[in-house]
Every structure is written in C-alpha cells, then in structure tokens.
Design a protein around this ligand. Structure first.
Ligand SMILES: C[S@@+](CC[C@H](N)C(=O)[O-])C[C@H]1O[C@@H](n2cnc3c(N)ncnc32)[C@H](O)[C@@H]1O
Length: 362
C-alpha cells in the first residue's frame, strides 16, 4: 500500500534548497523556500539534472512535470512528502532503447547512441528514395514526396519562410538537409541560394545530383558538431528537426553567429517529446532553447505547433497501417517497421512542438 504523508519535510526542503543553489548557480543564502526554479533561470536541461539529483540524493523518482507544477523547494518537498513510497508510472521503452524520455533526452548524444543513429540514418536514406510505398507515405503525410524524415509539412516550412523572408541574393544554410529536396524547395520558393549539410553520405550523394543541375544549390557532407564555413557566410540558417543532434545547443548558436552575417536570421523547428509535461505547464519560454536564443540573439519569436505535431504522429500510424502491404510487397519491411515503430511510440507521447525565429540585433 502507498503511504501518503501530509506532513511537511523540512529536511527534504533543505536538501532541495541546496540543489536549487547548485543548479541555478545562486548563493545558498539567496534561495528561499518560495524561489521559483524556472523564474530563477532554470530550463529544461537543468530541470532534468535536478530530477536526476533528487533521485540520486533523496532516492525519489520524481516526474518532470512535478517540478514544473511545484517549482519551489517548499512545494516540491511537499510533493515528495505526498508521494510517500509511490513510484511514478513507468514510461515505455523508446525505440532507441532508452528506458524513459528523461534518459532518452539526457543520453541522446552519447557516442554509442550517435553512432547507431548515424548508421541508421544512412540506411534510411539508401532505402527511402527508391521505395514507391514510402513515396506514397510522404505524399499523404507531408503533401509531397521529398523523402522527409522530420515532422515539418509544407504549411510549417512556408510559415518558417514567411517569418524569415529570404530573397534572391541571400544565402540560406539548411542544417540536416537529408536528400536536399527541402533545400531545393526553399530555393524555388524564395530565389535564395541554399547550402545544405547532412552527415548521411547516401543523402548527400543524392543531393549532389540536384546541385549539378542548379548552381544556386550546394551540399556538403558535414557533422553539425563541426560546421566549417567562413565567417559571415549566411543570411539565414534553418534547422528543421535537426538541432537535437548538437551536443551543445549553446555552442551551435555561437557557431551560427560566427558563420552568419551581422543580421543573420535563425529559424528552428523542433519537438519536445516530454510525455510527463502538460499543456498547462509547458511553454516555449520554459525551454532551454528559448533561454539560449535570448542570450545569443536578444530574443525570439515562438509559434506553438503542438496540436499539429500530435495529429502528425497519429496520422503517420494510420497511413502506415494502410500502406503496410505495399511496403512488404516491394521488400521494404525493414523501412516500414522503423517508421511504424517510431510513429507508434511518438503517437503515444504528448508532444510539444515550437517554431523559434530569431534575428541577430545589429
Ligand atoms: C529528423 S531528420 C530531418 C531531415 C529533414 N530536415 C526533414 O525535415 O525531413 C534529421 C536529419 O539530420 C541529419 N543529422 C543527424 N545528426 C546529424 C549531425 N550530427 N550532423 C549533420 N546532420 C545530422 C540526419 O541524417 C537527418 O537527415
């Protein structure tokens, strides 16, 4: 049976106060029982670190949403006291093998995970472009077959371009460009030159065939960990479902400033698949990315695409189920299974998706 206590645990509150000071880099004397973790500078990454420290130090596995809803040492201590010996609901095992979303996010870029993922991306790009079933899947999900792997359809890409407004003469960097067909779309829509980078050799090999026919397109096999372009090259930098793969968001934003022109515009589409947050408690301003964009660019504009994202994954599951036989008939069971496993998992998690656009202040 669960033991639930309503007594306030001052020892626990004291331990939490120490963690607040440590993770928010505050003097202990300045942390009060009502210091709000997020208002005092906490963000998604420091929140996850706090959860990990609470588990290690206090032996309590607290869900992330509990911190968002109880953001002070006093209220979180009360929450922990109320937890008694209850365990939080187990999260399903993610397709990449991690046991929970927290573990998945914290370990997302460890070496072993990156190697496995990168090998898989290349395999994906070797299969997807020749599969008629996959082409049909993309048409039904995104509106057109660009061999997309991300979550952005043309409504989202057009929205991003409408905020960023590249024009002929501008130079756009497309991070994680895959086959380069979205880069080509950006060129066709805006007239700007587009440079795409990706670390999947099969994707870049295909993209090079587009560049051979169009001098406004260029593609490079490049890891976003090590982007090398001359300073001041780009007027615009877009990252469509790729920023997650940078081990340090802070460093990549600094890199954007270095390779960007003085008034460079940055547009980032990304999802936050954190199942324990709720719509009421999660907000773009609470993300680490928002904090870092404010620091590096002096601000950002954020649009909420969470509703679209949750619908997107549900639709992927449905469409894949109707196309299963087509994938199998053409011998693409592996491709089908990857996409289905991923879609099924993601459709079972509440997703938060935001588009961030920042412009460097001159
Ligand atoms: C989720 S897909 C998005 C692709 C494309 N932007 C789209 O919307 O369909 C992520 C892309 O990033 C690439 N990628 C992953 N890690 C990378 C890294 N470290 N450096 C460069 N590209 C990377 C993958 O090969 C893949 O093409």
């Amino acid at each position: 049976m669960n033991s639930i206590s309503n007594e306030h645990d001052y020892e626990c509150e004291e331990a939490l106060t120490l963690l607040w000071a440590e993770l928010l880099e505050m003097n202990l004397a300045d942390v009060r029982s009502d210091t709000d973790f997020f208002k005092a500078g906490g963000h998604s990454l420091s929140a996850m670190l706090l959860i990990a420290r609470v588990q290690k130090g206090l032996g309590k596995l607290v869900p992330l949403f509990a911190l968002v809803e109880n953001p002070t040492p006093a209220t979180l201590a009360q929450y922990i006291s109320n937890m008694g010996d209850r365990k939080i609901v187990e999260e399903p095992k993610a397709p990449d093998g991690s046991a929970s979303q927290t573990e998945r996010l914290l370990g997302y870029n460890n070496e072993e995970r990156r190697d496995r993922r990168n090998a898989w991306f290349d395999k994906y790009y070797s299969l997807a472009i020749t599969s008629a079933a996959h082409a049909e899947f993309c048409r039904r999900i995104y509106g057109e077959n660009f061999g997309q792997h991300g979550m952005a359809d043309f409504v989202q890409i057009d929205q991003l371009l409408a905020y960023m407004k590249p024009i002929p003469g501008d130079v756009v960097l497309d991070l994680g460009c895959g086959y380069g067909l979205i880069s080509e779309y950006i060129f066709k829509k805006t007239g700007a030159s587009v440079v795409g980078v990706d670390l999947a050799p099969k994707a870049i090999a295909f993209a090079q065939t587009l560049a051979e026919r169009n001098s406004k397109l260029r593609f490079h096999l490049m890891d976003i960990q090590n982007i090398t372009f001359p300073a001041g090259t780009f007027s615009h930098i877009v990252s469509i479902d790729t920023i997650y793969y940078a081990t340090s968001t802070k460093s990549i934003l600094e890199k954007f400033i270095e390779i960007g022109q003085p008034a460079v515009k940055v547009g980032i589409l990304r999802t936050f698949p954190i199942r324990t947050f709720t719509k009421e408690t999660w907000h773009p301003d609470r993300t680490e990315l928002a904090v870092l964009l404010s620091g590096a660019f002096g601000g950002y504009h954020a649009s909420d695409l969470s509703k679209e994202e949750n619908e997107h994954w549900r639709k992927k599951v449905q469409v894949l189920e109707t196309l299963r036989d087509d994938f199998i008939k053409e011998g693409n069971q592996e491709l089908y299974e990857f996409r289905y496993k991923e879609a099924k998992y993601e459709a079972g998690i509440e997703q938060f998706r935001y588009m961030f656009v920042s412009e460097r202040s001159l």
